[in-house]
Design a protein around this ligand. Structure first.
Ligand SMILES: C[S@@+](CC[C@H](N)C(=O)[O-])C[C@H]1O[C@@H](n2cnc3c(N)ncnc32)[C@H](O)[C@@H]1O
Length: 327
């Protein structure tokens, strides 16, 4: 079972169908598939293998007891990270208190020494995520090994607090993308930030110790424009050429996706950057066919490798791409 952003169910359904995974709509923001496709679906926030589904309306005690028993039978060994979520829709969000209560009730029935509290350690500890989904009409329970999970956050809702000094909401998209990468921009590295204004991404890169060349005809917030490790190139990204190759190419340009993909492919072909994090805007109705073309341009024409393409929790009508060049 997959979760997605509200309104994106049909796009998720379509890509699962194209992958031959036999999807079925379960309800708002929930899509089920018979098999797991080889490539993680772009529009899925998270996915679990459903172990049981119970009708809602039973007592908390009954539901929690049945779920705990099923968890212990299906997963007799190993560390577990237990989480609960509700579908991210108005009807789902009204069930948040029930989801919290169920989480505590199931937790109290599982052996404490098998429960890992530090979710961020789940992958290195080889733990299994056990997710309780409290949806209108049913409670579903499923699992996914943390190393295969698309997200370690309940239901893929990677909530982050916006930093008080952040010039834009966009910074959270970069933060979320970097959480999923094995390495991130750091001290001494050079990043080019295409479509940088007002400076949310640039600020997060500078905070990590990197030097940033921010390319955008629009203005950066003054603190960044005067920062010693920021150079603002006030021109179009299509006209800009780096003086020498850089470590990271970041791109959040509000521009046509195919033209942005061509630009990123040019950077790849010319070996102008080693790592790529790019946000691709998708205002059109037919998103999947366009994403196929973007993927083709980046990999076949640009030589970008290890491409991931995901609609992250902080992405709206857009997806985030990461990739690298071989070194
Ligand atoms: C979503 S905003 C970027 C937000 C930014 N990442 C942040 O965190 O503050 C999109 C930006 O793309 C810029 N943009 C659009 N076309 C561009 C182009 N051809 N070259 C450079 N920047 C461009 C716009 O000026 C705008 O500032």
């Amino acid at each position: 079972m997959w979760t997605c952003r509200a309104g994106f169910e049909s796009h998720l359904f379509e890509e699962l169908a194209w992958a031959g995974a036999s999807p079925r709509m379960l309800g708002e923001v929930l899509v089920e598939s018979e098999t797991r496709p080889a490539e993680p679906p772009v529009f899925a926030r998270t996915g679990i293998r459903v172990l049981t589904s119970l009708p809602s309306g039973q007592s908390l005690d009954q539901t929690a007891g049945a779920l705990a028993e099923r968890i212990l039978v299906a997963l007799p060994q190993g560390m577990l990270v237990l989480q609960s979520f509700t579908p991210d829709s108005p009807a789902g969000n009204r069930l948040a208190d029930e989801a919290d209560a169920l989480l505590e009730a199931v937790r109290s029935r599982l052996p404490a020494d098998r429960l890992l509290e530090e979710t961020w350690r789940a992958r290195e500890a080889g733990a299994t995520l056990v997710e309780l989904c409290v949806a209108p009409g049913a409670v579903l329970m499923g699992e996914v090994p943390a190393r295969e999970a698309l997200s370690l956050s309940p239901g893929g809702r990677q909530r982050m607090r916006r930093a008080a000094d952040s010039p834009s909401r966009a910074a959270m998209k970069l933060e979320e993308a970097l959480v999923n990468l094995p390495f991130e921009p750091g001290r001494g590295e050079v990043c080019v930030d295409l479509g940088a204004a007002p400076g949310g991404w640039t600020q997060r890169l500078v905070a990590r110790g990197a030097r940033v060349i921010a390319v955008d005809p629009a203005k950066l917030m003054p603190e960044l424009a005067h920062h010693p490790r920021v150079e603002h190139v006030q021109e179009s990204a299509f006209a800009y050429t780096p003086e020498e190759p850089v470590d990271w190419l970041c791109c959040d340009m509000a521009w046509r996706p195919l033209e942005v993909a061509q630009l990123l492919a040019k950077w790849g072909r010319r070996d102008w950057a080693t790592h790529l994090v790019a946000n691709i805007k998708l205002p059109m109705k037919d998103k999947n066919p366009l994403l196929l073309r973007v993927r083709h341009i980046l990999t076949e024409e640009g030589g970008w490798q290890g491409l991931t393409m995901r609609q992250l929790y902080h992405d709206r009508d857009e997806v985030t791409v990461t990739a690298h060049r071989s070194q």
